[in-house]
Structure formats: C-alpha cells, structure tokens
Design a protein around this ligand. Structure first.
Ligand code: R5P
Length: 291
C-alpha cells in the first residue's frame, strides 16, 4: 500500500502513512493561468493498493476537482485498488432537497468520486451517515470521537450537549467515551436566511456543570453561540465547544464564539486552522482504523 496526498491533505497523508508504516508521496499540482487545475502522480503505482488523501475544504470546488483528476490519473496508471480518503467531505449538508427544485449536491459529489475511479471511500464523520449511500461502492466512516475525548479528559464534571437533535448520536458517543452525562437542544434553521433559533432548551442537568457542546461542523458559529447562550441561561459553570470540522467561515467567527463565553474550541485537522484560540486534534488514527 502507498499513500498519496493531494494539495489539501493537510498533513493527514504523512501522518496516516507513518501510522500504517507505508510510503507517502505528494501529488504534483498547479493551477493554469485560466484557473483550471492540473495534477500529476509522480511515482510508479502500477499494481499498487493506493490510498489518496484529499480533504475538500475551501475552495471546495478546486479541491473536489483535484481529487477527481487524481483518481482518473491513478486508474490510467493501472493501480490495483484506490481508496479515496476525504477527511472533510464538502457539500455533505445538502443531503436532501429541502426546497423544491434544489440540487442534491452530495449525490453529485459522491457519484463523481466513484465514477472517477475510487473503489472505496473513507470520510471522517460526515454530516449524515446515510448520505454515503450515494457512493456506489465501499464507503466507510472514520469516527474521531475517541481522539476528541482524549483532548477533553481533564474536564471536571462534564455534561455533553448536542446543539440540535441531529447531533444527539455524536453527543451520546462522546458521553460514553468520557463516562459522562448528555443532553440535547432542538434548534430550527431558516432555510432561506440560514438563521438559527432555539425550539426547546436544555434541562436542569446543566446547572453548575462544565458543558461540552459537540457538533459535526462549526461554520458561521451561530449554532455554538446559540447553544452557549442557552447553557449559561440554564446555569452552566463553563462552556467548551468541540466539533469535527472547523470551517469558521466568517472572518470573526472565532472571536464571536469566544465572546459568547466559550472557553475552549477544539476541532480536528480535517480543515487547516491558524487561530491560536483553536485546539487541533489529529484524525489520522481514526482513518487508519478504517483502512
Ligand atoms: C447542521 O445541522 C450542522 O450539524 C451544524 O450544526 C451547522 O453546520 C453549524 O453551522 P453554523 O456554525 O453556521 O451554525
């Protein structure tokens, strides 16, 4: 087996190769003056079992396109098997037609990955596991909750809070890993403006406790801010936010999250981070467990 990292492997390719004890290579890549992507596989891969690592954070379209090009090139070089490791899977939140006439984005991305030549797929904690059914091959989910739990081990008397019902399973898994209690909120999102509001709040469980919010994605930070406000109103002693994918899309998302009283922000390296306020956990062990 060999591991090949695309331009957006964010260090996961090397780390994975080290854990697996196999060789790592980086793809050659550039962008032509007109904006089109170019990739080249720089090693002989004939007959090899290849793991190609490419996360698909911003700019998503470029990173998805590079992944498809790498898959095409690998198949043309007669590899024996290709596993696409996509730590952050872009477009995964558009996994339903919420409004009439919308595109089912995740289906398009997964079908393109399959048809470009990936036999297997590994995604770290996708927004909704069922969406991977659109990949007509072997799709596996890497669970980074044990790695996030390790980063949270020192928190005293924690209660894990899912900021919406969709995150309940995740909160239960983290609670189990930490031997802690859990609770959940119900939120609703305006499908046009994207604004979130609370439908039903937390219970008495939060009073005087350290609340650990857990979600799959922090995007604008709106969900975490809303959940932090509800937690403090319910008597929380402190609030910590953890999520698998830290997108932090607006310029001041991290500052706004801190201003909402969130003491620590912990995410994984599926998306690169630069802020000193964000703690980063490596997901490579969770991916290695799936290979
Ligand atoms: C939505 O259901 C997701 O699980 C996250 O809660 C959402 O993507 C977070 O987005 P934001 O940070 O913009 O509220």
């Amino acid at each position: 087996m060999i591991v090949i990292g695309g331009s957006a492997h964010n260090g996961i390719g090397q780390s994975l190769a080290k854990i697996l004890g196999v060789k790592f290579y980086e793809v050659e890549h550039k962008v032509f003056p007109d904006g089109e992507s170019y990739v080249r596989i720089p090693v002989d891969v004939m007959g090899e079992d290849v793991v190609v690592v490419q996360s698909t954070y911003y700019p998503q379209d470029k990173h998805v396109m590079e992944l498809l090009l790498m898959l095409e090139a690998l198949n043309a070089l007669m590899v024996s098997n290709v596993t696409a490791v996509v730590p952050y899977l872009a477009y995964s939140r558009q996994d339903r037609r919420f409004r009439h006439g919308e595109a089912l984005s995740i289906k398009v991305v997964l079908q393109a990955i399959r048809h470009s030549g990936a036999n297997s797929l590994v995604v770290v904690e996708p927004h909704h596991p069922d969406a991977l059914a659109h990949f007509e091959g072997d799709a596996r989910i890497a669970d980074p909750i044990p790695e996030l739990a390790s980063a949270l081990k020192g928190v005293n008397d924690p209660v894990i809070l899912a900021p919406d019902k969709g995150a309940l399973d995740r909160a239960q898994r983290l609670a189990k890993a930490l031997g802690a209690d859990y609770d959940y909120l119900e939120k609703s999102r305006d499908r046009v403006t994207g604004e979130v509001s609370l439908v039903s709040g937390p219970t008495e469980k939060l009073r005087g406790r350290s609340v650990i919010l857990v979600d799959d994605i922090i995007s604008t930070g709106g969900t975490m801010m809303l959940a932090a406000k509800a937690s403090y109103e319910a008597g929380a002693k402190e609030v910590i936010a953890t999520a698998v994918h830290g997108l932090f899309v607006s310029d001041n998302a991290i500052e706004r999250i801190k201003a909402a009283g969130i003491k620590r922000i912990i995410v994984t390296n599926t998306v690169p981070q630069t802020s000193p306020h964000v703690e980063v956990v490596d997901v490579s062990p969770s991916i290695a467990r799936k290979l």
